[in-house]
Design a protein around this ligand. Structure first.
Ligand SMILES: Cc1cc2nc3c(=O)[nH]c(=O)nc-3n(C[C@H](O)[C@H](O)[C@H](O)COP(=O)(O)O)c2cc1C
Length: 379
C-alpha cells in the first residue's frame, strides 16, 4: 500500500496492532458522537480561495513561549504510547524533534521522563493529570524540571474517566481481558515480536519510578480509577502555578466562562479540547467551541486546540477558526503504530506540505495571516 494520508496510516495501524490496542486508540466514549463530530464539523469548514497574490515567499514558522516551531503543530500527550510502537515515546519525541515541533509526554507513558529526554536535544513538554496523590504530582514535576522539561500541560477534563464501551468489547477491559489480550497478541506476530517482546518493560514508567514498584498495564485502568480526583477546583491549581515557573497550559477547556477563568487564573495557554471525544460524549466539537472561545479570550492567552485534526488542511481550518496553534492526537499515533519514528516524520511532512498548499491558495504568507477572513461564507 502507498501510504499517503491519515486514513492510510489508520488502516495500517489496524492491521498491525492487536485489536485491544487499536480500539483503545481509535475509540471514544458512549456512542462516539462527539468523536465523529470533531472530525466532520472541522471538515465542513470551507476555506476561501484567493489567487494571484505572489505567494513565492511563505513561512510556516510559529513562536510558542519563545520556542521556534517549524509549523503550528504540537504532538498531544497520549497514554501508553510505548504499547503502540517499541519504546514509542522515544520514537515520537525523536520524530517531533526532527520535524521541528514539540512532543508532549503523557503522565501515563510507558517510558519514564528520564528515558526520553536524553534521546533528544529539543526540550520536551510534559502533561500532568489531577490526581489524589499530590505527592506523586510533586515528585513527577520535580523530575520533569530536573530533566529540562520547559512547558507543563495540565489536563483538567479527566476528573473521572469517560465510559468507553469499545474497550469492553475489544479486551482492553471486561471479562477475560488478560486472556483475550494474549490471544490477540499471538495473532499479531509482528507487533508481538517488535513491541510485545522487544519493547519491554511494559510499565507505566513515571508511576513505577515513584512507587518504586512495577505498575503493569493490567493495573492501569484500576490505578487511574483509584487516583483521579473529582474534588478538583481552580483553587487546587494555585500550588501548581507556584510550583511550576515555566509556561503552564490548561488542557480540556470547552466553555467560554472556563476559558475566561483560565485567563484570570494566570495560565499561559489553554487547549480547547474534548479529549478527542473520549470523555463526555455529546459535548460540542472543538471546531464549534473554538470560535466562541476565541471571541472571548484571543490575545489574552495562547490558544491551542486539538480533537478532530486529521490533515494539514485541518490545521489551517483550526487557525482560521481562531487557534494560535494546534495539537495532534490519534493521527500521529496511527503513523507511529504503523511505521514508528519514520511514519510520524512522514505524516508530519505530509501535513507540512498541506499547510503550505492551503496557505498558498488562501493568500496567507505567514501563520499570523490565517484568520476568520480565510473562511468562505455562503451568500
Ligand atoms: C489513546 C489515547 C490516549 C490519550 N491519553 C491522554 C493522556 O494521557 N493525557 C491527556 O491529556 N490526553 C490524552 N489523550 C487525549 C489527547 O491528548 C488529545 O486530546 C486527543 O487525542 C485529540 O483528539 P484527536 O485524537 O482527535 O486528535 C489521549 C488520546 C488517545 C487517543
Amino acid at each position: 500500500m502507498v501510504i499517503s494520508a491519515t486514513t492510510d496510516y489508520r488502516a495500517a495501524a489496524q492491521a498491525k496492532l492487536p485489536p485491544f490496542l487499536f480500539h483503545y486508540i481509535d475509540g471514544g466514549s458512549y456512542t462516539e458522537t462527539t468523536l465523529k463530530n470533531n472530525v466532520s464539523d472541522l471538515q465542513d469548514i470551507a476555506l476561501k480561495q484567493k489567487v494571484l497574490n505572489d505567494m513565492s515567499e511563505l513561512s510556516l514558522e510559529h513562536d510558542v513561549f519563545g520556542e521556534k516551531l517549524s509549523m503550528p503543530v504540537v504532538l498531544s500527550p497520549v497514554g501508553l504510547t510505548g504499547m503502540y510502537a517499541r519504546r514509542g515515546e522515544v520514537q515520537a519525541a525523536k520524530a517531533a524533534e526532527k520535524m521541528g515541533i514539540p512532543f508532549t509526554m503523557s503522565t501515563v507513558s510507558v517510558c519514564p521522563i528520564e528515558e526520553v529526554t536524553p534521546a533528544i536535544k529539543r526540550p520536551m513538554w510534559f502533561q500532568l493529570y489531577v490526581l489524589k496523590d499530590r505527592e506523586f504530582m510533586k515528585n513527577v514535576l520535580e523530575r520533569a524540571k530536573a530533566a529540562g522539561v520547559t512547558t507543563l500541560v495540565f489536563t483538567v477534563d479527566m476528573p473521572t474517566p469517560g465510559a468507553r464501551y469499545r474497550d469492553m468489547h475489544s479486551g482492553m477491559s471486561g471479562p477475560y481481558a488478560e486472556f483475550r489480550r494474549v490471544m490477540q497478541a499471538v495473532a499479531h506476530p509482528s507487533w508481538a515480536m517488535d513491541v510485545g517482546l522487544l519493547g519491554k518493560p511494559h510499565d507505566l514508567g513515571n508511576i513505577s519510578a515513584y512507587r518504586n514498584k512495577t505498575t503493569k498495564l493490567g493495573d492501569y485502568i484500576g490505578w487511574l480509577g483509584d487516583n483521579f480526583d473529582t474534588s478538583i477546583s481552580w483553587q487546587d491549581l494555585e500550588w501548581i502555578r507556584e510550583f511550576w515557573d515555566g509556561p503552564l497550559i490548561i488542557k480540556g477547556i470547552l466553555d467560554v466562562e472556563d476559558a475566561k477563568d483560565a485567563v484570570r487564573f494566570g495560565a499561559d495557554g489553554i487547549v480547547v479540547s474534548n479529549h478527542g471525544g473520549r470523555q463526555l460524549d455529546g459535548v460540542m466539537s472543538s471546531a464549534k467551541a473554538l470560535p466562541l472561545i476565541a471571541d472571548a479570550v484571543k490575545g489574552d492567552i495562547k490558544l491551542f486546540v486539538d480533537s478532530g485534526i486529521r490533515s494539514g488542511l485541518d490545521v489551517v481550518r483550526m487557525l482560521a477558526l481562531g487557534a494560535d496553534c494546534t495539537m495532534l492526537g490519534r493521527s500521529y499515533i496511527y503513523a507511529l503504530a504503523a511505521r514508528g519514528q519514520q511514519g510520524v516524520e512522514h505524516l508530519l511532512s505530509l501535513y507540512q506540505n498541506e499547510i503550505r498548499v492551503a496557505m498558498t491558495l488562501t493568500g496567507a504568507k505567514s501563520i499570523g495571516e490565517i484568520g476568520n477572513h480565510s473562511i468562505a461564507r455562503a451568500m
